[in-house]
Design a protein around this ligand. Structure first.
Ligand SMILES: O=P(O)(O)OC[C@H]1O[C@H](O[C@H]2O[C@H](CO)[C@@H](O)[C@H](O)[C@H]2O)[C@H](O)[C@@H](O)[C@@H]1O
Length: 253
C-alpha cells in the first residue's frame, strides 16, 4: 500500500512530536560530518518545542554530542545513540542508559575496517558504528564480523543506511519513545514519530502501540508507519506550517 502525507500538525495539548535526524531533518550526505543543517532548523525545533510545552524530542542514532556539534547547543529533549543516552527535557542533564562497548569489540571493528579498505569507524559513547558507504563490497564481511561479535559479547546490531553499528543491548528508538511517553509532561498524549531508516521502525511500532502514528520519510517500503513524506524538504514544510499555525494562536484545544 502506498502511504500518503499526514494531516497538518496541531499544537493541541494531546500531541507529542518525535523526530529522527539524518534522512528526516537533514539530507543524507557522503560523510557523517558533511550533512548540511538548515540555519533555521534549531530555532524551528526550539519554537515548536515551546509551542508543545516541551513535548518534542529528537531521537537519533548519533550521540547527543555529535548531534549538538551539527545543530548547535539545542534547548531540546534528545535521545541519542539509539536510545543509549537520554536527555528528558531541554537543559536537563544527559542520563546514560547503556555501558560502553568492551574495548576488544571496538578494536576488532577497527581491524575489520582496516582489512576492508579503510571503512569509517564512528565511535560513540555507548556503541560503535562502521560506515561502508564508500566500500559497498565490504558490507557482507562487516556484517559477518558484527554478527560474530554480537553473539560472542551479547550485543545488539543496528543496520542503518550503509552503516552497521554494535550497541549494548536493551535500548532502541522504541524504548526511547516509551521512556519519553512515561514522563509526566508526555503521559497521556498522542505521539507522532518521523523517521526514514529501518532503525526507526522500532519507534513506529512504539507510537502505534501508544495510540499515535509514524511518518516514514523517503521512498515507500514495508513499514509500520501510517503516513509518508517524500523527503526532508516536505518535513521542513510541514514543521514550518505547524509553527505558523501555532504562532497565530490557532490551537486545537
Ligand atoms: O537516527 P539518525 O539520526 O537518522 O542517525 C542515523 C545515523 O546517521 C548517521 O549516518 C547516516 O548519515 C550519514 C550522513 O548523511 C551518512 O553518511 C551515513 O551513511 C548514514 O548511515 C550517523 O553517522 C550515524 O551515527 C547514525 O546512527
Amino acid at each position: 500500500m502506498n502511504l500518503g502525507p499526514p494531516p497538518a500538525l496541531r499544537a493541541s495539548s494531546a500531541t507529542a512530536l518525535f523526530l529522527d535526524f539524518d534522512g528526516t531533518l537533514v539530507d543524507i550526505a557522503d560523510h557523517p560530518d558533511a550533512v548540511i543543517v538548515a540555519p533555521d532548523l534549531r530555532p524551528l525545533l526550539e519554537r515548536l518545542s515551546d509551542a508543545l510545552d516541551g513535548r518534542l524530542a529528537v531521537i537519533t542514532g548519533r550521540s547527543i554530542a555529535a548531534l549538538e556539534a551539527l545543530l548547535g547547543p539545542a534547548e531540546l529533549a534528545i535521545a541519542g545513540s539509539h536510545g543509549g543516552e537520554f536527555r528528558p527535557a531541554a537543559k536537563a542533564a544527559v542520563e546514560p542508559l547503556a555501558s560502553a562497548l568492551p574495548d576488544a569489540v571496538v578494536a576488532r571493528l577497527h581491524e575489520v575496517a582496516h582489512e576492508n579498505g579503510g571503512l569509517l569507524v564512528e565511535p560513540k559513547p555507548f556503541s560503535a558504528a562502521v560506515h561502508y558507504r564508500h566500500h559497498p563490497e565490504a558490507r557482507d564481511n562487516l556484517l559477518d564480523c558484527a554478527r560474530q561479535l554480537a553473539a560472542e559479547f551479547g550485543l545488539g546490531i543496528k543496520h542503518g543506511k550503509q552503516v552497521i553499528e554494535l550497541t549494548m543491548p536493551g535500548s532502541d528508538k522504541g524504548t526511547a519513545v516509551s521512556r519519553f511517553m512515561a514522563l509526566p509532561a508526555f503521559r497521556g498524549t498522542t505521539p507522532v514519530f518521523l523517521g526514514d531508516d529501518v532503525t526507526d521502525e522500532d519507534a513506529f511500532i512504539a507510537v502505534d502501540r501508544l495510540g499515535g502514528h509514524g511518518i516514514l520519510v523517503g521512498a515507500q517500503r514495508p513499514t509500520a508507519a501510517a503516513f509518508r513524506f517524500e523527503g526532508v524538504a516536505q518535513v521542513h514544510h510541514w514543521l514550518h506550517a505547524a509553527l505558523r499555525t501555532f504562532q497565530k494562536g490557532d490551537f486545537q484545544a
